[in-house]
Design a protein around this ligand. Structure first.
Ligand code: A3P
Length: 287
């Protein structure tokens, strides 16, 4: 059983392999540009998928970046150590990802016109994906049993805190038309349609031919064998795909293979209660 020391930063736990107090301070002082685009997610909601998509939508479908640059350098995480090392190599318009809740975004983000694509996923599938991720990632605490991990997830004793807090924080912003909400489920159901919405939001004006090309190169099947995107370049001690691959199943509703009826009732009741006074639409039933 592995046990890891996390960094505590403003109420959230982070693994030191990718984060440091310096990287978090760097993020706070980061100069966001008006043309920047952020993919924002709670972990395991489709981060690396949007990370694959964004540069292609921004560059008109040129596949060079996804074939030549590992995803963590191509579209770096705002909060991670790598950003400072690669920032000078990023070309405008820059794409970045972050798991920060809204209130941790840097001051320059709020002063800018940078856009946000917020990807949300059914929390039950998020939890299942996270459970397997904790098994394969050597830099994360062993998740324990599924039941134990569910308790931690619902209490927010996992990376980046509670799912409900994250979702709520990004629903209550003053970003207006600078933010677009999309779900993992919509992307699974019809990726070309999701790409058309993204193209409109980002003003990319992509042709149907380019939309189809991007959809093909960002499919689960293609990403799974792309060494620049599937984390196979990471040492096994940090990510062990024999335990569980990062690109694991890529489907909607895998929770049905994992939740007992008692667990479903517990999970639903906590999430429902925490979203009680919220008016934003959920694209799936909580039951
Ligand atoms: P599963 O574990 O359910 O398979 P994140 O990037 O936020 O860590 O999310 C990882 C999840 O997104 C994993 O879910 C992974 O398989 C899924 N994913 C990544 N790329 C995908 C794609 N092209 N199509 C569908 N799912 C994808």
């Amino acid at each position: 059983m592995s046990s890891c020391e996390y960094i505590q930063y403003r109420g959230i736990d982070l693994p030191p392999v990718a984060h440091s107090m310096e990287s978090l301070e760097y993020a706070q002082n980061f100069s966001v540009e008006d043309t920047d685009v952020f993919a924002v997610t709670y972990p395991k909601s489709g981060t690396i998928w949007m990370q694959e998509i964004l540069p292609l939508v921004l560059n008109g479908g040129d596949l060079t970046p996804i074939h030549t640059i590992p995803n963590w350098d191509r579209v770096p995480w705002l909060e991670e150590k790598r950003l400072a090392m690669v920032v000078d190599q990023l070309t405008s318009p820059r794409a970045l990802v972050t798991h920060f809740p809204y209130h941790l975004m840097p001051p320059s983000f709020h002063a800018s016109k940078a856009k946000v694509v917020y990807v949300m996923r059914n929390p039950k599938d998020v939890m299942v994906s996270s459970y397997y991720f904790h098994q394969m990632a050597g830099f994360l605490n062993d998740p324990g049993t599924f039941d134990e991990f569910m308790a931690k997830f619902l209490e927010g004793k996992v990376l980046f805190g509670k799912w409900t807090d994250h979702v709520k924080s990004w629903r209550h912003t003053e970003l207006g038309d600078r933010i677009m909400y999309i779900t993992y489920e919509e992307m699974v159901q019809d990726l070309p349609a999701a790409l058309r919405s993204l193209s409109d939001f980002l003003g990319s004006n992509l042709s149907e031919e380019v939309i189809q090309k991007i959809a093909e190169h960002c499919s689960f099947k293609t990403m799974k064998v792309n060494s620049m995107s599937n984390f196979s370049l990471v040492p096994k001690v940090l990510m062990d795909s024999d335990k569980s691959p990062f690109l694991r199943k890529g489907v909607v509703g895998d929770w049905k293979n994992h939740f007992s009826s008692e667990q479903l009732a517990r999970f639903t009741s906590v999430i429902r209660q925490e979203l009680e006074n919220e008016s934003f639409p959920l694209p799936w039933s909580l039951d």
